[in-house]
Write a protein that binds this ligand. Structure first.
Ligand code: AMP
Length: 225
């Protein structure tokens, strides 16, 4: 089962991707998380990507597209994958569609988490990243995933790990830039969303991202077989 997950930054798509990963035991491939691992590890890719990410700009296609297409060819993707954060533009969408065709890979589901832009923005600044596991959701404004306090410090609610914020989550201009890219239905992410939604083949699951994490997850799970 191969799945694309779309949603603006702040919609909880990473959280939902992690829930699907756990249930179906398939790799959850997050382009942003791959970049962050590379930045943390000081790799060449990380060094090149960092300046774009900090500004809220897209990392150039010549770095991003091969990184994702090569990842999809790895052995653990044979039984299916969840792709999150890619494609983010019409060019990436068309390139992905062609690559899937060339590789004989089906796309089974297109999940779209729909969220108004003002709500998405409010959600971003409160999220926290667990240094142990990127798939441990923590958010200071949501009771269900609130970090816990330990020795006067907020730590990961799942594993007690240290929490960090993302630099690009605390920068107003970077947040706005990322949303400009997402909500652009001419050449941006919404153009790619609409392109994949009209393809024959994949089943489209559109869910209201304003609901709770559990409700969004239930709405998705009832459509996934
Ligand atoms: P995310 O974790 O999905 O919010 O991604 C963080 C940042 O990584 C984005 O703001 C971009 O700078 C970069 N990034 C993630 N996915 C892509 C992509 N598909 N194309 C280009 N840049 C990306």
């Amino acid at each position: 089962m191969n799945i694309l997950v779309f949603g603006p930054n702040g919609s909880g798509k990473g959280t939902q991707g992690a829930i699907i990963q756990k249930k179906y035991n398939m790799p959850h491939i997050e382009s942003g998380a791959i970049f962050r691992v590379n930045i943390g590890g000081g790799t060449e890719l990380g060094k090149k990507a960092k300046e774009y990410i900090d500004r809220g700009d897209l990392v150039p296609d010549e770095l991003t597209i091969p990184m994702i297409l090569n990842r999809l060819k790895e052995a653990d993707c044979k039984q299916g994958w969840i792709l999150d954060g890619f494609p983010r533009s019409m060019v990436q969408g068309e390139t992905l569609a062609k690559a899937l065709k060339d590789e004989g890979m089906n796309l089974d589901y297109v999940i779209e988490i729909v969220l108004p832009r003002d709500v998405a923005k409010l959600r971003i600044t409160g999220r926290r990243l667990c240094v142990n596991d990127n798939n441990h959701p923590n958010h200071v404004a949501f009771d269900a995933i609130k970090p816990v306090e330990k020795e006067g410090k907020l730590v990961c609610r799942v594993c007690g790990g240290e929490l960090k914020t993302r630099a690009d989550d605390q920068d107003d201009t970077a947040i706005d830039k990322r949303h400009n890219i997402y909500y652009d239905d001419k050449t941006g992410t919404m153009a790619a969303v609409n392109f994949f939604k009209t393809l024959t083949g994949p089943k489209v699951i559109s869910v209201d991202g304003r609901s709770s994490i559990d409700a969004v997850s239930a709405a998705i799970m009832k459509e996934l077989v």
